[in-house]
Design a protein around this ligand. Structure first.
Ligand code: PLP
Length: 412
């Protein structure tokens, strides 16, 4: 029989929840605010409000049918078990071939570690290479997880500021001043999230000249490498002499509209690949087999869906950039890759977080403040144009109308 004063019994007093005692490092871990704004937008929708979503960075296209079919086939064929922690041999081989072909370098399967999404590559690489007190040079504005994980391991994140007047192309001359004997990692991301800046081959050669023969690894985040509107894609791994110092991060999320499949990979020297594999053993064990087989179909199958998607993104880019530049107080440069517009909104409000909140609450348009990507994103917004032309047009109409009524007030 349950005694009358047993904990949990209806009507009885609950014992107080003990304080949550987190490890000290958790206080240094950041986040990706896109997911938070998305959740707030969803909560407004649950109350019956209409919201246009321009906050989340994922293609709105379906995964091409032949890729999905390959995943289903793999499941039907019984590929429902563990795989080797670094990936299925067939998938590593397909990735090695693909990276060799697209970057003009020689990559073997033992350079490849397959991971559940591209993100674990940055996490594992920083865990594997960076000690407390080391320095990690990262783009600012930039993908927030670089800085978050650098802080997590006790490293000092060193912002490499991207300037609007250079089209947000990182300036190698700035890097020269940022490097120190403690620099362990330099992070490049081209095409870039959130600014859509693209590095040229000359930029990469200048970076190579600075890091070569120093104990520095270059993490090249190439997740948007296929979403490019002009010019040719350049990887630091293809700069002579730099391949062994470079880790390529790439994946299927953006190129093949596979964000939810969680499939990505790192390409690096084999001894480092073995260490990242060890981190896989200690965390995920392996990446799901059926997603890897879908990835093989993606890389080896027809590529016309990628071309169609990029052509559609270009059309949307033109609509959104033109519309933003018509708004008073807003100016937006031309994105060269990825699917983000990064307008300067200082003429509307110098506090872009306040503007982000206003646009969500009052206009029903979810966008991200540039400060989600580092302090040098202040005064900018990021709008993802991975949404239909109709939705983008409606968002621009709502923003235009909302800005006419906007009177910035100090945030509470
Ligand atoms: N790198 C950048 C710059 C990104 O924007 C993203 C996703 O938004 C990723 C990496 C991670 O992609 P994945 O979904 O493959 O983990």
């Amino acid at each position: 029989m349950i005694p009358a004063d047993a904990p949990g019994r209806a009507g009885s007093a609950q014992p107080p929840t003990p304080a949550l005692r987190l490890a000290e490092r958790m206080g240094r871990l950041g986040t990706e605010t896109a997911f938070e704004v998305f959740a707030r937008a969803r909560a407004l929708e649950a109350q019956g409000r209409s919201v246009v979503h321009l906050e989340i960075g994922e293609p709105d296209f379906d995964t091409p049918a032949h890729i999905t079919e390959a995943g289903i086939r793999a499941l039907r064929d019984g590929l429902t078990h563990y795989t080797p922690p670094s990936g299925l041999p067939e998938a590593r081989e397909a990735i090695a071939e693909y990276v060799s072909r697209t970057r003009g370098i020689e990559v073997a399967p033992d350079h490849v570690v397959i991971t559940p999404g591209g993100k674990p590559v940055m996490f594992f690489l920083i865990l594997a290479l960076v000690n407390a007190g080391d320095e990690v040079v990262h783009p600012d504005p930039g993908f927030p997880i670089y800085e978050s994980v650098a802080r997590f391991v006790g490293a000092r994140p060193v912002p490499w500021v991207l300037r609007e007047d250079r089209g947000f192309r990182a300036d190698p001359e700035d890097l020269r001043r940022l490097l120190s004997p403690r620099t362990r990692l330099v992070i490049l991301n081209s095409p870039h999230n959130p600014t859509a800046g693209v590095l040229s081959r000359e930029d990469l050669e200048a970076v190579a000249e600075m890091v070569r023969d120093r104990p520095i690894t270059v993490l090249s985040d190439e997740i948007y490498g296929r979403i490019l509107y002009e010019g040719t894609f350049a990887s630091p791994a293809s700069v002579p002499g730099l391949q062994a110092q470079t880790v390529i991060l790439d994946g299927f999320s953006k190129t093949y509209a596979m964000t939810g499949w969680r499939l990505g990979y790192g390409v690096m020297r084999p001894d480092l690949a073995a260490r990242l594999t060890q981190l896989m053993v200690n965390s995920n064990s392996c990446t799901a087999a059926f997603t890897q087989m879908a990835g093989v179909a993606a890389l080896r199958g027809p590529q016309d869906s990628v071309d169609r998607m990029v052509a559609e993104f270009r059309r949307r880019r033109d609509v959104i950039v033109d519309g933003l530049n018509r708004l008073p107080g807003v100016s937006c440069g031309q994105p060269h890759g990825a699917f983000y517009a990064f307008p300067n909104v200082r003429g509307v409000d110098a506090d872009s977080l306040r503007l982000q909140d206003y646009l969500l609450q009052d206009a029903g348009v979810a966008v991200l403040s540039g400060t989600s990507f580092g302090s040098h994103g202040q005064g900018f917004l990021r709008l993802s144009y991975a949404n239909s032309v109709e939705a983008i047009t409606e968002a621009l109409r709502r923003i235009g109308a909302a800005l006419e009524r906007y009177a910035p007030r100090a945030r509470a």
